[in-house]
Design a protein. Structure first.
Length: 254
């Protein structure tokens, strides 16, 4: 898991890089990158064996913030698209085309606010035909200034102190973290006595932002997330995780 965190840190460093000077302290490119990843996660669509995610993103900026990007817009769009490509690869998402990030202006936004709109676009089937565009998602509005205010009001313990909730039939396990092992062994943090579960089957891990991930610990029967086998993956509330033949529902509790 530390390898994934280091990779994400390097990508965010690239995005932040020289572009941070183009923004006021209320809006940073690295914050836009984080929210783009969040929107990709939120709009994933699972089929029988594939998880598709949007490949076109429009970032709406206030007039003031957009003006500060003149001279950086093309490079920043490319870095944000590269960040999304790596995010999709890390989480084993399927993209129909390489991600595209466009920066545009919405004069209804105030300084420090930005919106993100997603779309799933299928490439043209024949040369010369137009790509097929899926339904455009709602635009999510983020206020970087409000994020900074919230950070000042919230202690680190409150920020990262989320608990993982594992619901299996009529059983409910609340795991405080920052990590918890699920398995058949009595040494596990979440003990599931089932012959299809390995002694140490999987591990839940909480990161510095309070988000949770699951990783296979070399189990015999592996892990499936929402019907798809994965070695490791980030979890969001409502996800269904199969260990062996048992399925549990994941949730987060503050």
């Amino acid at each position: 898991m530390s390898v994934l965190r280091n990779l994400e840190a390097r990508i965010e460093g690239l995005v932040e890089g020289v572009f941070s000077r183009a923004f006021s302290s209320s809006v940073q490119p690295v914050e836009i990158a984080r929210k783009l990843s969040k929107e990709m996660d939120a709009h994933r669509t699972a089929s029988v064996s594939t998880v598709y995610v949007p490949n076109e993103f429009t970032v709406w900026l206030s007039t003031e913030d957009h003006d500060r990007l003149k001279g950086y817009e093309s490079s920043l769009s490319q870095e944000l698209a590269a960040h999304l490509l790596e995010h999709a690869r890390r989480h084993d998402y399927d993209l129909l085309t390489r991600p595209v990030v466009d920066l545009d202006v919405d004069d209804r936004l105030r300084l420090g606010e930005f919106g993100i709109q997603t779309r799933l676009v299928r490439p043209p089937r024949r040369e010369g035909s137009k790509p097929t565009q899926g339904e455009t998602g709602h635009t999510m509005i983020y206020s970087a200034s409000e994020v900074e205010k919230a950070k000042k009001r919230t202690t680190r313990d409150e920020l990262t102190g989320t608990k993982a909730v594992v619901t299996l039939d009529d059983r409910r396990f609340v795991l405080a973290g920052p990590s918890a092992v699920i398995g058949r062994s009595k040494e596990a943090d979440c003990v599931i006595d089932d012959p299809n579960i390995s002694r140490q089957h999987a591990e839940l891990t909480r990161d510095d932002d309070g988000d949770w991930s699951i990783a296979d610990l070399g189990s015999t029967n592996g892990i499936k997330l929402n019907g798809r086998r994965v070695p490791s993956a980030r979890l969001t509330p409502g996800d269904e995780v199969m260990l062996g033949t048992l399925v549990f529902t994941f949730d987060i509790e503050q």
